[in-house]
Ligand binder design. Sequence first.
Ligand code: SAM
Length: 280
Amino acid sequence: MIPFDRFEKWSPILEKSARQYLGESEYQEYRSIPEAEKMSQLKAILEKPIARFTPVNDVFFRARWAEVLRAARVGNELTLLEIASGDTDMIPQMMARERPNSHYIAANMNRILTGRLQENTRDLPLEVRVIEEDAIDIDRHLGEQSVDIIAFQHAVNDVIQAILCDQQGVDTIYTDWMETLPKMIAILQRETAQNTLEQHAKGPYLCLLEKLFKVLKKDGLMVMNHYMFQLDLDWGYPPGLFENLIPITREWIKEIPGCKEVFIEGFHPQWWLFYQRVID
Ligand SMILES: C[S@@+](CC[C@H](N)C(=O)[O-])C[C@H]1O[C@@H](n2cnc3c(N)ncnc32)[C@H](O)[C@@H]1O
């Protein structure tokens, strides 16, 4: 697999990043991990499908998203909209420490995960707003050109899975996401075997992105990343699809007018996609 990032870059700065991006009790937990174990966890995160969740994951992903904000050259008081966040809080955790005067908004459909995200972000010194709705209806909540960055943090897969589930009458809003995952994987196996993924998912996916681009400011960036989880692979997620979600959807996104892909050094195109709105 193409590494998500370079171990040689992150190993010397892991400790400094931990002090910068972890809370006090998180940092104590991080410190209790022996140094060699930390390095082996870091190497695994960067070079293999993710199989464990430890404070090392939190350090790396928070620090990596901080790099995204720096690379995007956005001001200190930015508005970032995250799509399909689930209960993952790495972006608001980072923003609370790196850009506390900014505004974090999440659009997330699943009720249980939305509740957990609200819980996870409750005490952060950051303006947080959680929109509990399908992101396709974002224009009901946000004005045109009102956000600086739209982030899909490991969410391309989730959005496509929700689209396919909706078409097949599988509820992803009021159910437990992980309990539904085997059904999602079965749908993806069928779509892959019958070569119908593009036919079924591309139209609704692009429709969603076009709606989202409306709330993005001119020159603003839509940032998507992806990496693999070992659990999904173990449960039968088609490996060629899971590994290539960014390259596959990159081909689809080219059809959206008024935007262009930009490549940022240090972000491998296998795992990252930056799309910029270029028209008013
Ligand atoms: C597993 S969680 C996401 C986790 C997160 N992206 C991560 O891995 O860091 C999947 C979430 O995507 C949400 N989702 C999928 N499609 C969506 C859409 N069109 N609008 C809002 N939320 C969506 C689901 O409701 C669910 O809460």
